[in-house]
Design a protein around this ligand. Structure first.
Ligand SMILES: *Cc1c(COP(=O)(O)O)cnc(C)c1O
Length: 468
């Protein structure tokens, strides 16, 4: 059985179920496994021919075996991935002789976040039912996470979900994917303000002791360990399908919070053979700068063509730092303290060298991203979204001659970011048939000022109505 520990070293070992429901550790750290489950190459090879849901259940099971049976997990995975709009769930599409796209956008909200959240919603529901516990999920979104969370949690027993988005500042497609979900346990609040205002309000709600005494508040951001482990499954799936156990692949991953690419590292720690993981950033390149210099220094966030990667504090990076510190939570605490007090921290050269042995990192700016959308379309006839294009650009640049296949993670459907694609290709990508009537569906949301008392009252009233 795997026990979970905090990256800041201040907590006793926890079971999976506690980690699932808590989200972050009380000492401010993130949960990581105290030891890795290890598979032999034969165990990976035995996955050949299995479908996606069965592959996912087998890969994820060792991480939560203290809290769920394999039968339970298998049933939840089957349900979670049955709603995907492609028979393969995560198809591999060939771009050229040795480059593949792993399409992760066939879920209900057309971005890879559905892979984790569709399963997370079901794990929550199952865990809560055992003890008759309840959860009031509150989150802020600038786009993809909010819609994936709403679609994963709508209609689930013992759970309410309230998502704040900046009024008039998310794309119409992203807004409608959230606001047209009619389930009574879903509350959308449009805040007259910025995404930062939304985040500030959510933080203030979590810091409100009176509210927390009344409501079982919880979060669904990507620091929840269950999200990471759900994503590790598609790295294994892709490697097995490509025959890349014998010829390890380079995976290129468009990165914001370091969650998705870290999930690839989890698969590697289980024993999956892979050549390397490429961390691809946009102009918000804090991670690329860290791998180049050993200094982690957030800059101002700039708006780019890839809004889901416009992040300067990559929360999941702390999980890698814990490993680079050989599991010394005090050392991680020191780095985080320097970050908070001095605005940066620096790791010794030997630590940076170990990080660089595990990952390669680079950035693509707007011009390179757009040129990549054009080139992929010209050469392969495939339309990719801007986030995916960042990964392809950096992956192609950093893969060395003679290395194994390059697998680029396609994290969003191109119709989710139609403006950039249309500007480059002169054609507007069409939404899949399931979303064709999105513009006609009825929307429901509250519009509130960025005022804590008003938001608190709306969240409180909604949760009390639904949870009793
Ligand atoms: C969230 C997101 C990313 C970044 O993923 P991280 O896990 O935060 O690194 C990349 N592309 C798309 C489309 C996303 O929604």
């Amino acid at each position: 059985m795997i026990a979970y520990v905090s990256t800041r070293g201040g907590e006793p070992p926890r079971r999976f179920q506690e980690v699932l429901l808590a989200g972050t550790a009380a000492d401010g750290g993130l949960y990581v496994p105290g030891a890795w489950p290890r598979w032999s190459e034969a165990e990976f090879a035995a996955l050949a021919g299995l479908d996606y849901a069965e592959t996912a259940a087998r890969v994820i099971f060792p991480f939560l075996a203290d809290s769920f049976t394999l039968e339970e997990l298998r049933a939840l995975c089957r349900e979670a991935y049955a709603g995907f709009n492609h028979a393969a769930v995560a198809p591999l599409v060939q771009l050229d002789a040795d480059t593949f796209l792993l399409e992760l956008f066939h879920g209900p909200t057309l971005a890879f976040k559905d892979f984790a959240l569709q399963l997370l919603g079901r794990l929550f529901e199952r865990a809560l039912a055992r003890h008759d516990h309840k959860l009031a999920i509150v989150g802020a979104t600038s786009g993809d996470t909010g819609s994936a969370a709403i679609h994963a949690l709508a209609g689930r027993a013992r759970i309410t979900v309230a998502i704040l988005h900046p009024h008039g500042r998310v794309s119409p497609i992203q807004r409608r994917q959230m606001t047209t979900v009619a389930a009574p346990n879903v509350l959308n609040i449009a805040i007259r303000g910025s995404f930062d205002d939304c985040q500030r309000l959510v933080k203030a709600l979590f810091a409100d002791a009176a509210l927390r005494a009344e409501l079982p508040l919880a979060a669904v951001n990507s620091i929840n360990w269950a999200r990471i482990v759900a994503q590790a499954a598609y790295y294994v799936w892709a490697a097995v399908r490509l025959g890349a156990l014998a010829r390890p692949a380079v995976f290129a991953v468009p990165t914001g919070n370091f969650g998705d690419v870290y999930a690839g590292h989890v698969a590697r720690r289980m024993g999956l053979p892979l050549r390397t993981l490429v961390v691809a950033t946009n102009e918000n390149d804090i991670l690329a700068r860290f791998f180049a210099t050993g200094t982690y220094r957030p800059a101002r966030v700039v708006a780019t063509d890839t809004p889901s990667m416009d992040i300067q504090l990559a929360s999941n990076f702390e999980r890698l730092l814990f490993e680079l510190a050989d599991g010394d939570g005090a050392r991680v605490r020191g780095w985080m303290q320097a970050l908070a007090e001095e605005g940066a921290f620096e790791v010794p050269a030997a630590v940076r060298a170990r990080a660089c042995a595990l990952f390669r990192a680079g950035r693509a700016d707007r011009a390179e991203t757009r040129a990549t959308i054009a080139r992929v379309h010209r050469e392969s006839g495939v339309v990719v979204d801007p986030h995916t294009a960042v990964g392809i650009a950096v992956g192609r640049r950093l893969r060395l001659a003679g290395e194994g296949p390059l697998v680029c993670l396609a994290t969003a459907h191109p119709a989710k970011f139609p403006e950039v694609v249309e500007a480059v290709l002169g054609q507007r990508p069409q939404l899949p048939p399931a979303w064709a009537d999105l513009a006609q569906r009825e929307e429901r949301f509250l519009v509130l000022d960025a005022d804590l008392a008003a938001v608190r009252e709306a969240v409180r009233r909604h949760a009390r109505e639904v949870l009793g």
